[in-house]
Ligand binder design. Structure first.
Ligand SMILES: [Zn+2]
Length: 586
């Protein structure tokens, strides 16, 4: 592909109606000379995305994105400028003349992948080849192979090498898209994918951008091998199953997301078309945006074990901020979608997906199932959900979940709410609690550790020099420490609920957060922390006494100054010979 002539670009620009183009992705309403809708580039509740047909431009007053028909398509579909022009030109029957004979190297990269793809497909068609035998053993029929255009990379070092040579595609390009690896000796290349079943990964325009290959036997490593990142393959926004899934996703207003090639195939076999799989990465923000442009609802399909749950929570962390409604279909522990299909049949898998509960409901149920009988467990359960709840964009929706969580764990709704609020104010709910007076983060850490030591080991409360604490000022963490010391005298355990009852909102949410901290803290640790904090507080006390003295000296007459100095000298030896107050407690 050469440069596109300026007048062709102009012609395309004139022909494309921006309201028509944007309207395919955004529900636009006419507003005077403009059209307004919800921005496809960021998550919003009220429309700040404005299209001006007279000028052929768009602008979002929420996120600042703006441009013309080309930039709209480039942003939305991750296209380059020439790609956007060609796409629109093709849609409007405008011919783009090829200037010059030399193709852009980008196009050649796609060609290299297509050549490999054709080769892999041919190899799978060879009678009795190991790839076909493997697929047959997994119950993958000819129709499915055809549908996903599954191929086979034979156990050869030069299969793709020969194919590229035959088509006169430079081997360097094969290397650039990761089909080939350079020989260590420095001359020549060899095939990356060998003795693997190969899945082609396509972009929204249907071009092959990469491959995922699975081994045929257990002793081969790694189990899955993907094309590396290349100028045309970005794992962070690529999906296996595109572009076939686009239409079903739009039609069903739902996308199903799975983690593996065979999972995607299993869904297809169960009659679920609108599904995509990530290609060897966890779901990213780009994936989330990519999906959000097409649908508001995503169903995640995950293994029922702890690892599956963690993976689901990670996906939620990227999907919720994108404004996607997330549902979670949970498989029985140890079964992947492929197993499930085999063991329970197509309609059971369909039903599992169709009736998937809201993912946050699933998370709440999981948290409750881990146990909420003790106050500490309740706090754990709440803390495990706050990081997800803050990501829910809608206040109404979040409020409903807070209520549900409170009910489910048996906590007070306002406590759950304030925990979420605290989480919302900053990354660290503890540091984000309003500070009055200002306490440095390092000091805050010390005091938090002290408070946590007291929660874990109340029998040590007597060691804390509480008088010195007041030097720090009136702060929720100080309030909490005082309260812990008071309530834990002589006790081996502390009742979190009891302590919480006597606290201000901020101190209480701090307490719940501390209880949820998942760091082991044994008694020697706690003793050391108390010792260190006492020493630090003693320094603060001393400094404050020094400041008071200086202040007094400044305001005193000479005779009084002399008196003060004399008194200071008298006090000095004892002050310096004594250790910080904490030492006396040993
Ligand atoms: Zn925007």
């Amino acid at each position: 592909m050469g440069r596109i002539p300026e007048d062709t670009i102009q012609q395309v620009r004139d022909r494309v109606d921006i309201v028509d183009l944007v309207g395919r992705f955004v529900n636009l309403k006419s507003a005077g000379r403009n059209h307004k809708g919800l921005c496809p580039f960021h998550n919003e509740k009220t429309p700040s995305f404005v299209v001006t047909p007279d000028r052929g431009t768009f602008k979002c007053f929420g996120c600042g994105e703006g441009g013309n028909v080309f930039s709209f398509l480039m942003q939305l579909e991750n296209l380059t400028f020439p790609e956007a022009v060609r796409t629109l030109a093709a849609q409007h029957g405008i011919e783009v003349p090829e200037t010059g004979g030399d193709k852009e190297s980008f196009a050649l990269l796609y060609d290299a992948n297509q050549a490999a793809h054709d080769f892999y497909r041919q190899q799978l068609a060879v009678p009795g080849n190991p790839g076909a035998r493997y697929l047959e053993a997994r119950g993958i029929d000819a129709e499915t192979i055809e549908r996903f255009e599954i191929g086979f990379a034979p156990d050869r070092w030069d299969g793709v090498v020969q194919e590229l040579r035959r088509r006169k595609i430079p081997l360097q390009l094969g290397e650039r898209v990761g089909l080939l690896l350079p020989r260590r000796t420095g001359d020549g290349h060899y095939d990356r994918f060998r003795n693997r079943v190969v899945f082609p990964i396509r972009d929204v325009r249907g071009r092959v951008i990469g491959f995922g290959g699975r081994v045929l036997s257990g002793d081969q490593e790694p189990k899955y091998l993907n094309s590396p990142e290349s100028p045309i393959f970005r794992k962070r926004d690529a999906f296996f199953g595109f572009p076939d899934a686009l239409e079903p996703i739009r039609r069903e207003e739902r996308a199903v997301v799975v983690e593996g090639y065979f999972d995607r195939v299993a869904l297809q076999r169960a009659g679920i078309d609108g599904a995509v799989a990530t290609c060897g990465t966890a779901l990213t923000e780009e994936h989330a945006r990519n999906l959000r442009r097409r649908t508001k609802k995503v169903v995640l399909l995950f293994d029922g074990d702890e690892a599956g749950q963690k993976a689901m929570e990670r996906s939620l962390e990227v999907l919720l901020p994108a404004g996607v409604r997330v549902h979670a279909a949970v498989l029985p522990a140890g079964e992947d979608p492929d197993d499930f299909l085999k063991n329970h049949g197509a309609s059971a898998l369909r039903q599992l997906v169709d009736t998937a509960a809201a993912a946050l409901d699933v998370c709440i149920r999981r948290a409750v199932a881990r146990g909420v009988s003790t106050p500490a467990e309740k706090a754990d359960a709440v803390a495990s959900l706050t990081t997800l709840l803050v990501l829910v964009g809608s206040d109404v929706e979040r409020g409903a979940y807070e209520q549900q969580l409170a009910l489910a764990v048996g906590a007070r709704e306002e406590d759950v709410r304030s925990a979420v609020r605290a989480q919302r104010r900053g990354d660290d709910p503890l540091d984000s609690i309003p500070v009055r007076p200002r306490i440095e983060p390092a000091e805050m850490r010390k005091l938090r550790r002290l408070a946590r030591s007291l929660v874990e080991h109340p029998q040590l409360a007597g060691r804390v020099v509480v008088e010195a604490l007041d030097e720090v000022g009136a702060h929720p963490v100080v309030e909490l420490i005082h309260c812990l010391v008071r309530s834990s005298a002589e006790k081996r355990s502390v009742s979190v609920d009891e302590v919480a009852d006597g606290l201000s909102d901020e101190a209480r949410s701090l307490l719940y957060a501390l209880v949820a901290e998942d760091l082991p803290l044994d008694e020697p640790d706690a003793k050391r922390i108390i010792h260190d904090t006492n020493r630090w507080l003693a320094h603060i006390q001393e400094a404050s006494a020094q400041r008071a003295l200086t202040e007094e000296m400044r305001n005193a007459d000479p005779a009084r100054q002399l008196e003060i100095l004399r008194a200071k000298q008298e006090n000095a030896p004892s002050r310096h010979s004594s250790d910080p107050p904490e030492q006396r407690l040993h």
